[in-house]
Design a protein. Structure first.
Length: 138
């Protein structure tokens, strides 16, 4: 007769194995959540720039969201092209009388404006006049 080896508690091996699997899954989700949080934080920090003003070395774009222009002040070099991107769910404009007018920028679209003259261009949204921003061309 052959000897048969039986674990002291046959359920213990299964329980430890399941527990380790759940623990590993939980750790994966924690690491993934941490990575997503850090990526989101880095994006926010990079978008906000230095006290709300972006410089010429930063991306030349203005995001329109939450009924505001982000950044509120953008500094660029003469000849720069600035993309006004509407990330909201309503139409907006970016308008500086006598200088530029993007017309209506539909949600999810962009309009690019070339800045060929030095100066400060204070603009607003014609649809929502309380929305104001500035492009400083050096």
């Amino acid at each position: 007769m052959a000897a048969r080896i039986v674990p002291v508690n046959p359920c213990a091996a299964t329980a430890v194995s399941r527990g380790m699997t759940n623990s590993m899954k939980r750790n994966r989700f924690l690491v993934l959540g941490l990575a997503v949080t850090l990526a989101a934080l880095a994006t926010v920090v990079l978008r906000q720039g230095d006290a709300g003003a972006a410089t010429a070395s930063a991306a030349k774009s203005v995001a329109i969201r939450d009924f505001a222009f982000h950044p509120g002040t953008l500094k660029v070099k003469r000849g720069a092209r600035v993309a006004f991107t509407n990330s909201s769910n309503v139409t907006h404009t970016a308008t500086k009388a006598g200088a530029f007018d993007t017309k209506g920028i539909a949600p999810g679209t962009s309009v690019t404006v070339a800045f060929n003259k030095r100066g400060t261009f204070a603009y607003h949204c014609k649809i929502h006049p309380f929305m104001k921003g500035k492009v400083v061309v050096e």
